[in-house]
Design a protein around this ligand. Structure first.
Ligand code: HEM
Length: 458
């Protein structure tokens, strides 16, 4: 797993294999944005663990070799930024820790880390549990009239509640959540072509663009109302915003109201969609794999019975956590980790040019038969302590790796276990007859037509 430094020049410099014809720039990007997964899967199958292609003269390297991933994400992260897509995305996402770079990112991440520390989990646990109880009560009423629910939408709405309850506690309000749900819905339905250049797209006089701009404006207003009230009235609260407001950088400086907004908006964007996808795919996979579902339900019954879930149960729900891992192996919401090379460097005999794009693809790694036996099979036990030993480092990276690793990883696993166990215990969920499941890979890996389930009380 080791090779020379990125700077040491090899004797023979080679160009990585890849398609020889030149891609028409926008076409290549468009086929990538609309069905990037099939596009990259084909390239990987044909050319192997390092592939180079050119689009409009721009070099793109698809990298699936574990030793190179170690170097890019963990050992030499300073040589790579998150890439042009994230830079362009700043017009929507702002300059929070998902998009910022270099010393500013380090400093912000240091200030925000305490909000996601293990010591906070118990507090967040009770918030998640309350939100799930509310959802269960709501479903019980709704399914009396209509028992087909679309899981992806249900989970997205649930996570808006969860994320803003943990971020804003008592200041979370209905209008704020409604605005966040509306913006999220429009954003994820936006034609991916707009993401090629969001700056230009936002200037287009189209109704869909106007709707999304208005939704963003409404959400921004609601978020700023909470931030401004806290700052003006010096209100102290034990939540994510409270930690951010009190945080100081190395020079003792606190975040501006604009930076607080960017970081809160980032947590909302990074935390809702990803988590909702895992839950949606999790319910789907359990429905499709009856034996595993039985085992999972038995565990929930053995540990919880009819009583409510407690924080300590998280550790005991071992099979439930295996189910979550296996779901993220098969359907990693963040299916692509893009980076940009900040200088020329070498991967063995390959020269990787400055300013080129590098794509690391958790989906391809996690479905690769080289790393996972029967990769298309849902097999949660592959993550049990014994079998897990054979999983190679960096072949399973649903949360990324290195200094840009997901800040919400622990939190995500915790709420995943609460949601899966409490909802599955309460309802029988079956895929609606004839409903088509199709994978779509735009920003995250999503079910193109949603996951429609018939939900019945047990
Ligand atoms: C199962 C659910 C989740 C998955 C699969 C996931 C996945 C990821 C991945 C792969 C990255 C790294 C991206 C990169 O390196 O380019 C990331 C970063 C991040 N995630 Fe998550 N995430 C999840 C849940 C959450 C939650 C619940 C939160 C917050 C409440 C969150 C907040 C963030 C933030 C702020 C970053 C940026 C970190 C940085 O660059 O310093 N994520 N996530």
């Amino acid at each position: 797993m080791f090779y020379k430094s990125l700077d040491s020049k090899p004797k023979n410099i080679l160009e990585p294999p890849g398609p020889k014809h030149k891609f028409l720039g926008a076409n290549a990007y468009f086929s990538f944005l609309t069905d990037g997964l099939s596009f990259l899967t084909k390239l990987h199958k044909e050319y192997g663990d390092i592939v180079m292609l050119k689009a409009s003269g721009h070099r793109i390297y698809l990298i699936a070799d574990l030793k190179y991933i170690d170097h890019i994400l963990v050992r030499d992260p300073e040589n790579f930024t998150k890439g042009v897509g994230f830079q362009r995305g700043r017009i929507i996402l702002g300059n929070g820790i998902l998009t910022s770079e270099g010393p500013f990112h380090h400093s912000q991440r240091k200030m925000i880390n305490p909000a996601f520390h293990r010591s906070r989990w118990e507090l967040y646990f009770s918030i998640v549990r309350k939100s799930v109880h509310n959802l269960i009560a709501d479903w019980k009423e709704r399914i009396k009239k209509e028992n087909v629910l679309e899981m992806h939408e249900e989970m997205l709405n649930l996570f808006v509640e969860i994320i803003f309850s943990t971020a804003f506690s008592e200041d979370k309000n209905k209008r704020l959540c409604d605005c966040a749900k509306k913006f999220g819905d429009l954003f994820h339905k936006l034609n991916p072509i707009y993401l090629l250049d969001p700056h230009k797209a936002l200037k287009l006089p189209f109704p869909s663009i106007n709707r999304i701009k208005k939704a963003k404006e409404d959400l921004d207003n609601e978020i700023y109302k909470v931030i401004d009230k806290r700052l003006k009235e010096n209100i102290k609260r034990d939540d994510i915003l409270g930690i951010m407001v009190d945080a100081k950088d190395e020079d003792g400086k606190q975040m501006s109201r604009e930076q607080l907004y960017d970081e809160i908006f980032t947590v909302y964007m990074a935390g809702t969609d990803t988590s909702a996808k895992v839950m949606t795919w999790g319910f789907y996979l359990l429905e499709q794999n009856k034996k595993d579902a039985e085992k999972f339900l038995k565990e929930v019954d053995d540990i919880l019975g009819k009583r409510d879930i407690e924080f300590e149960d998280f550790e005991k729900l071992t099979f439930t956590r295996l189910v979550l891992n296996e779901t993220m192996r098969m359907y990693p919401p963040v299916w692509l980790l893009p980076r940009t090379a900040e200088k020329d460097f070498y991967l063995d005999e390959y020269l990787i040019h400055k300013d080129s794009s590098i794509f690391i693809t958790p989906y391809l790694l996690q479905r690769n038969p080289k790393y996972f036996e029967n990769p298309e099979k849902f097999d949660p036990e592959r993550f049990n302590p014994e079998r897990k030993k054979s999983i190679k480092k960096f072949s399973f990276i649903p949360f990324g790796a290195g200094q840009r690793v997901c800040i919400g990883e622990g939190f995500a696993m915790l709420h995943g276990a609460v949601i899966l166990s409490l909802i599955s215990r309460e309802f029988k969920m079956t895929l609606k007859k004839g409903h088509k499941i199709k994978l779509s890979s735009s920003l995250t890996l999503r079910p193109k037509y949603g996951v429609k389930m018939v939900v019945e009380p047990k």
